[in-house]
Design a protein around this ligand. Structure first.
Ligand SMILES: NC(=O)c1ccc[n+]([C@@H]2O[C@H](COP(=O)([O-])OP(=O)(O)OC[C@H]3O[C@@H](n4cnc5c(N)ncnc54)[C@H](OP(=O)(O)O)[C@@H]3O)[C@@H](O)[C@H]2O)c1
Length: 327
């Protein structure tokens, strides 16, 4: 829980009444959750504009956490897609870092039996952001696709989903993540500490910047005519450049450039579920922490070098009866 904006020290464990599902919500007993960059944004209330939507001067919602996987414990009167006892995963609006959370049935999907709660919880937000970003860039089989920030939450999904589309993927990450990027399906990996994708003469049909730290002109230079640049996150300057300059460049040249505001949609969660079931994606999990360690884990994620996702194990696997292999 938190009742004021600030660093991870504002978060504390607390006992609260069991939430009650609204008409179209399921009450989910959370087995696992995962942390996203948005959690730290809401925790800190920065950039300041966030407070206009999330509460000023104090946060209106008191529990962070979007991505969850767990078991339906109760349902609202109008829920048609789930029953008590179903194993599910998806994206809550708030409140996932808790033992119970209410989630709209439109942002929940069944958890495949062979997929662990941790795997499922690691997938929603980073997965649909990668999927929507690639689709916004009109990904197609045979394209040359560059993923910048390929070793983080969004990037590790983007590499795999681009491969699943049949694209030829180049991943950009730091030295220690090169092998992982290759294992995820990248045919070429650029270690940004030693090489520069913007000046090696290669051109791409699509560039997805999961985390953009280069000027917009660098990304533009690396695009083929008719190519697309989509940014999901990065530095403040890069976001402004992509929004303002990107809109102008998209009109005045053959290259499309802009950012993405990802939205939790049922149909995309279903696609992710199928990709998980068929083994075409598997989340990279940096570490799994207990609910009481969420503040430290958010602090770790704020360094922006997590390798894939950080998962929160809320209900121990001994309690849920999961086998050792996580299935
Ligand atoms: N648009 C939306 O709706 C939406 C939705 C979800 C997320 N996001 C945003 O997307 C961004 C990525 O999210 P995420 O979960 O993937 O974050 P993350 O896991 O923290 O991303 C870390 C990635 O950034 C790379 N990185 C860090 N510093 C870098 C630098 N100076 N130069 C190049 N790469 C650097 C890291 O590479 P190494 O560790 O290998 O250095 C790693 O690949 C965040 O800004 C988040 O807010 C946006």
């Amino acid at each position: 829980m938190y009742s004021r904006y600030g660093g991870p020290e504002v978060l504390e464990l607390a006992d609260v009444p069991l939430p009650e599902p609204r008409d179209r919500e399921a009450l989910v007993r959370v087995h696992a959750a995962s942390i996203n960059a948005a959690d730290r944004v809401l925790m800190r209330g920065k950039p300041f504009l966030v407070r206009l939507g999330m509460g000023f001067p104090r946060p209106r919602h008191h529990t962070l956490g979007f991505d969850v996987a767990g078991r339906v414990d109760a349902i609202g009167r109008a829920v048609t897609q789930f029953r008590v006892g179903d194993d599910v995963f998806g994206a809550s609006k708030f409140g996932g870092f808790a033992e119970f959370v209410c989630v709209d049935e439109q942002t929940l999907v069944p958890k495949p039996p062979g997929i662990s709660f941790e795997t499922a919880a690691a997938t929603p937000t980073a997965g649909y952001t990668a999927l929507q970003g690639l689709r916004k860039g009109r990904i197609a089989a045979g394209q040359k696709v560059l993923i910048d920030g390929a070793s983080g939450g969004v990037g590790t999904f983007a590499v795999q989903i681009a491969r699943a589309y049949g694209a030829d993927v180049t991943a950009v990450c730091s030295t220690r993540n090169v092998d992982t990027a290759r294992a995820l399906g990248a045919s070429r990996v650029i270690d940004y500490r030693h090489e520069d994708f913007a000046s090696d003469g290669q051109r791409y049909d699509l560039i997805l910047a999961a985390n953009a730290y280069r000027p917009l002109s660098d990304y533009r230079r690396a695009l083929k005519p008719g190519g697309a640049y989509v940014m999901t996150g990065g530095g403040g300057l890069q976001i402004l450049q992509a929004m303002l300059l990107g809109a102008v460049l998209s009109v005045t040249s053959s290259r499309r450039m802009g950012n993405l505001l990802a939205i939790a949609r049922k149909e995309d969660l279903v696609v992710l579920k199928e990709l998980l079931e068929t083994g075409k994606i598997r989340p990279v999990i940096d570490r799994t922490v207990a609910l009481s360690d969420v503040p430290a884990a958010i602090r770790y994620m704020e360094e922006e070098h997590a390798r894939g996702k950080v998962v929160v194990r809320v209900l121990p696997s001994e309690v849920t009866g999961e086998r050792a292999n996580g299935a």
